[in-house]
Design a protein around this ligand. Sequence first.
Ligand code: DGT
Ligand code: CA
Ligand code: CA
Ligand code: ZN
Length: 582
Amino acid sequence: MTNSEIASVLAQIADLLEIEGENTFKVRSYQRASETIGGLGEEIETILKREGPKGLSALPGIGKSIAEKIVELVHTGQLQYYENLRAKYPQRMLDMLKIPGLGPRTAALVYRELGIGSIEELEQAAREGRLRQLPGMGAKSEEKILHNIELYRQGTERALLGTLLPIAQRLVDELRQMPQVIAAEMAGSARRRRETVGDLDILATSNDPAAVCKAFAQSDELAEVTMAGDTKVSGLLPGGRQVDLRVVQPDSYGAALVYFTGSKQHNVHLRGLAQDKGLTINEYGVFEVTDGGHGKRVAGKTEEEVYAAVGLPWIPPELREDRGEIEAALEGRLPHLITLQDIKCDLQMHTHGSDGHNSLQEMAEACMARGYTHIGITDHSPILRVANGQTGEQLRQQIEQIHELNAQFAERGFFILAGIEADILGDGALDIPEGCFEKLDFVLGSVHQGFSADADRMTERIVAALATGQVDILGHPTGRLLLEREAYGYHIDAIIEAAVQYNVALEINANPHRLDLSDIHARLAQERGALLSINTDAHDVAHLDFMQYGVMTARRGWIEPQNVINTWPLEQLKQWLRRRRE
Ligand code: DGT
Ligand code: CA
Ligand code: CA
Ligand code: ZN
């Protein structure tokens, strides 16, 4: 049983208890336990083997009774308490909670009063105007529920890159282990590192495709195999998402990779280039065009060869969206893209100081282990009570503690910058406690409240914040949550212009739910001369690994390392931060 499976059962118990009308304390304890386990760096099974149930109770937020339930779940693969709760309600009742804005209280209400136990039943009731008779509901709420069901359905058509990429990587690794496989690679949007992915496309090359297909169909990662041929396997992942494997001949591998990596628009453009050269390009190779159809094969074995045949250098998959990369390649001006190895620091993370799961020291150690030379700590500011924002007194203590740690870390070549994630208030002022600005090394300003304001007002508010001269980095600039919440209204041009004018770096928040700025906005920012900062916003040491997704988004945005302040040596960063503190 994996940690995420355990976390999911605990989260469902919390939802069911809330539907039951249980007290919030009890509900909250299951939610916390779920969050703790979901964010653990180590498998629960390993902890149990080593330390027994005691090892569980030692984790934050896990009491004796929940620890016992986890032990039962791990040992028997089942939990009676959970099964009993589930049995009280229709099978698909909890699906309703996946609809944005629909909580357990509403689910309980519509079930109790109208016997509604699934999304479809809820949709029908809303269409027929039967929800408005319920207390606290009206025609407006029916409209909103219908709109949100629509949003939910769109969301299920795609999944986060952060969810699917690790699975795709495991599948590719399995293939590479097979003796018959010469090479394997993911293709499609996952290889292009698009922020959301529809389905997984995987390619392998072998002289014995049937054996590869047969072995792949046995993979533990697949919940179901829907089509098993001699050169192609289609299957479903546990959540129902599709995976396609194609096994091709070595002569065609490069051509197939180009074809199935896409994007479709990129491929169409390539075909045009080929045509101009009297060539035709497809998933099998590049061929000379003759009167009778396909003539001699000129390329196909590798991607480099395929691109070279149409007069291009190899183009990184992240750029293959037909957003000017082919023109740039033709003119020899493809960007020198940033890589994960360029990143020297992470400048947004939370600790026990606010809503993080780890101590300052633990975050610092984990960052050192990732090879960083410095980091910035940015716990929440006082006004954000829901996230346990720090008071001035607490912040001053934290800064003291950072100085002490820095004295210890000096010999290890590591430095912590004292920062804050300061809320941008309604008028653009920053929520920085009295007398703290001078003590801080930097300020990350973010909007966390008042999302319903219109685009003009929100933009004014953000621009006003940048104009205070107190902000060094604008955190998650548009507030979007992928597949969940649209960005608040904003005018990106004005925000970028202000970032340039006031010398503020715009964040690419690397959390796979955010990736904010997006690839397109990041590219625009770089073109206009703005600086960028890629940060994980980690609330747990495990989240520090999100950095890779931020870098992927940056690469899709054509970002070069020198424009990202996280690639700078500490001295250069310090000097830049001092620009408004001297
Ligand atoms: P997704 O799965 O919606 O996130 O996006 P992709 O890009 O993975 O698209 P998918 O899975 O439909 O197809 C994988 C690749 O196969 C796609 O990027 C390009 C190639 N491909 C699929 N259909 C066509 C087509 O009709 N023409 C061309 N030129 N290429 C195609
Ligand atoms: Ca795909
Ligand atoms: Ca596909
Ligand atoms: Zn935040």
